[in-house]
Write a protein that binds this ligand. Structure first.
Ligand SMILES: Nc1nc2c(c(=O)[nH]1)N[C@H]1C(S)=C(S)[C@@H](COP(=O)(O)O)O[C@H]1N2
Ligand SMILES: [Mo]
Length: 311
C-alpha cells in the first residue's frame, strides 16, 4: 500500500465512514451486514492479530479516546491501586496463555489464545467504557462475541451464571502481595446477559494485540455495565447455577453489587453518577441509562425490578 490512509481512530468518529477506509464503497458493502474494513489493519495486518472489520451496529456517538490515554490510564489492581500501572503490566507474559471454559457445560475445554484468534469470528467494535469512578473512554476493541466461545462448550440448561477469573501471576503482579484483597479477581453475569450480542471477549485495541495493562491477551467487556464488571487477563470461565460474589462485592457489597448496570439516576453511595469525565479532554458529559445501550439490553431486566440492578 503506497498511500497511507488514516486509521479509523485517527479521525473524529463523526467523520468516520466507510469512504475514509481502505476499501472502496462497493467492497465495503460486499463485506456484508454492518461490517466495514477497520483501516489498514486489513491491508497490513498485525502478525499477532487477525484482520478485523469494524462492526458499525454500535456507533459510539463520541470521538475515540486517544490510544495513549487509553493505554496509560488503567485500573488493574493486580499491578497496583493507582492508574499508572501500564509499565509494570508489561511484565505479564502474554504467551503461552490459555482460557479454560468449564463447569456446567457439555464439553469443557481449554483454549489456547492463538487458537481463539484463528477460530473465533473476529471483528472490531467501538464501545464506550464507563468506570464506576465517573470517568469514561471510547475504545476500538477487537474481539469476538462471548456467545461464539460459549457455543463451543455447549452450556447445560441448568447453568445460570458465567464467572470470569483473572490470572494470578505473583512474579509479575505486585498487587497480589496486598493480601487483604480477595484474589483472584472474579466477575460474572447471568447466562442471559452473557448471550446478549454486546457481550464481547476483547483481544485487541486500536488494531493491535490487547496490551497487558488493558487486560491482554484477553479480557471481557459489557459496555452497558460499570467497567469493574469487565475482568482482565481472563484464564477461566465457569458456568454455574450459583451467583458469584465478585472481587469488589466481597470488598464492599454496598457499593459494588452483582448487576452494576450504568444508571445516571442512581448515585454511588459516595458520589453522583449523573455525569462522567471524558478521559483526554476532561470534559464533563451526562451519563446515559445503560451507558447508552438501552435498546440492546433493557429487555434483559424485565421482571427483575426487585433486584439491585444499578450498583
Ligand atoms: N483483573 C482485573 N480486571 C479489571 C480491573 C482490575 O483491577 N483487575 N479493574 C476494572 C475496572 S474498575 C475498570 S474501569 C476496567 C478498566 O479497563 P481499562 O484499563 O482497559 O480502561 O477494568 C476492569 N477490570
Ligand atoms: Mo472502574
Amino acid at each position: 500500500m503506497p498511500i497511507r490512509i488514516p486509521r479509523g481512530w485517527e479521525i473524529p468518529e463523526r467523520e468516520a465512514s466507510p469512504e475514509h477506509l481502505v476499501f472502496g464503497r462497493r467492497k465495503a458493502v460486499a463485506l456484508g451486514a454492518g461490517l466495514v474494513a477497520a483501516g489498514p489493519a486489513l491491508a497490513q495486518g498485525d502478525p499477532a492479530l487477525p484482520p478485523a472489520m469494524r462492526n458499525t451496529r454500535y456507533p459510539p456517538g463520541r470521538d475515540l479516546t486517544g490510544e495513549r490515554d487509553a493505554t496509560t490510564y488503567n485500573n488493574y489492581y493486580e499491578f497496583g491501586s493507582d492508574k499508572g500501572i501500564s509499565r509494570a503490566a508489561q511484565r505479564l507474559p502474554q504467551r503461552p496463555w490459555t482460557v479454560k471454559v468449564e463447569g456446567m457445560v457439555e464439553a469443557p475445554r481449554e483454549f489456547g489464545i492463538d487458537d481463539l484468534l484463528r477460530t473465533m469470528p473476529i471483528e472490531e467494535r467501538v464501545y464506550r467504557l464507563r468506570c464506576v469512578e465517573a470517568w469514561s473512554m471510547v475504545i476500538p476493541w477487537t474481539g469476538f462475541p462471548l456467545s461464539a466461545l460459549l457455543s463451543q462448550v455447549r452450556p447445560l440448561a441448568s447453568a445460570k451464571y458465567v464467572v470470569f477469573q483473572t490470572a494470578q501471576v505473583p512474579s509479575a503482579m505486585p498487587g497480589l502481595r496486598q493480601s487483604w484483597y480477595p484474589w483472584p479477581y472474579i466477575e460474572g453475569c447471568t447466562v442471559e446477559e452473557a448471550g446478549n450480542e454486546l457481550s464481547f471477549m476483547v483481544v485487541g485495541a486500536y488494531g493491535k494485540p490487547l496490551p497487558p495493562q488493558n487486560g491482554g491477551p484477553i479480557r471481557f467487556h459489557q459496555p452497558w455495565k460499570y467497567g469493574f464488571k469487565a475482568g482482565k487477563g481472563v484464564v477461566k470461565i465457569t458456568l454455574t447455577d450459583r451467583r458469584p460474589v465478585s472481587f469488589w462485592e466481597t470488598i464492599q457489597a454496598s457499593e459494588y453489587g452483582f448487576w452494576a448496570n450504568v444508571n445516571p439516576e442512581v448515585p454511588h453511595p459516595r458520589w453522583s453518577q449523573a455525569n462522567e469525565r471524558v478521559i483526554g479532554t476532561n470534559q464533563r458529559i451526562p451519563t446515559r441509562l445503560f451507558n447508552g445501550y438501552a435498546e440492546f439490553v433493557s429487555s434483559l431486566y424485565t421482571g427483575l425490578e426487585n433486584e439491585r440492578l444499578w450498583a
